[in-house]
Design a protein around this ligand. Sequence first.
Ligand SMILES: [Zn+2]
Length: 412
Amino acid sequence: MDTNVEASARTVMERCEILGGYSEEPGMLTRRFGTQPMRQVNERVAAWMHDAGMTARRDNAGNLVGRYEASSAGARTLLLGSHLDTVRDAGKYDGPLGVLTALACVQLLHDRQERLPFAIEVFAFADEEGLRFHSSYLGSKAVAGTFDPATLRLADSEGITLAEAMRAFGGNPDLLHASKRDGSDLLGYLEVHIEQGPVLESLNLPLGVVSSIAGQSRISVYFSGEAGHAGTVPMSLRRDALCAAAEFVLAVETLGRSLPGLVATVGQITAQPGASNVIPGMVTLSLDVRHQEDAVREQACRQLQEQASSIGAARRVSASWQPLQPNRMVPCSPRLTQLLARAIEAAQYPVYSLPSGAGHDAAALSDLTEIAMLFVRCKSGISHNPAESVELEDVAAAIEVLEQFLLLLAKE
Ligand SMILES: [Zn+2]
């Protein structure tokens, strides 16, 4: 392994630690959009961008953008990056690893005083997880020009609207259209991210090339029966909403297991009135369905909706179904993905392609330009958890591959 690359990986690991120290909550890592810790990590990363010979600016949505100029004026631009916000009680690598490996590659170019025939912009997105306003890809949607202005009226748990938070952070919600990146000079967007799953580890591989980002349906399902006294209403006369929901949860699991590639999850459930001596009259549950093919996902949702109705009907419980905006499947660019595979071969790692079950900023940016993603193995597939962990060697491998990718792209 190249000693420069190893030193560079060490720096990335140290910087992940440093950024992991900026949190809203003591004893755990939580960094939401527009907060003081977000401001602090932006300042730290901007300083590192300057060290790497980049200019750094913050756009109206609160994204940080570093730019490393090309060897000649009027050249095209490659976008790299990921996000700096986190979930609650997060790990240190989901997001920052992508920003910092990109930065590490620019630093290596700068150290060699090397310019490429294209410019590089490193994006550190302000809000991917949507923890504060429950709206994902806020930062990357602003850059892609697909930001829905109605989102600005969403309020956080303290009643502060997104528009207010954006202003307080130094951005301008009225000028969000100015954050849209012009796509005409772009070569594409490449994001490095931890896998957030166990596949690479199980195959003993440091890296994977993402083939596509799975589509996702999120649905609120309601079962409405009749609350009653747990001691006096005979079993045969009950309309127990929670029993219907329980049957439905198992139907979701059965369908998920029966179709290859389908994942279906009930992650939240509430029963009302919610007392030990009362038959549950009303249940609300969340349903999350994902597959690499939109048609399979949509068919699975239709099938589950029918099952909810028939399970309810048999129990005299009504079932209703409220889908939230689905995310369609996003294919990665064949051109960039092939180039990435060649870069992995050039760095002498095995090429392995896998779909992403999780959503990423790359999905939002696919509305602007071609996208590709490189996954880095993470320990036991654990993510969105303080136990999130990556190996130094794997980070070095990612930097090496990203460097090779830049060289191959420069030759094209
Ligand atoms: Zn992420």
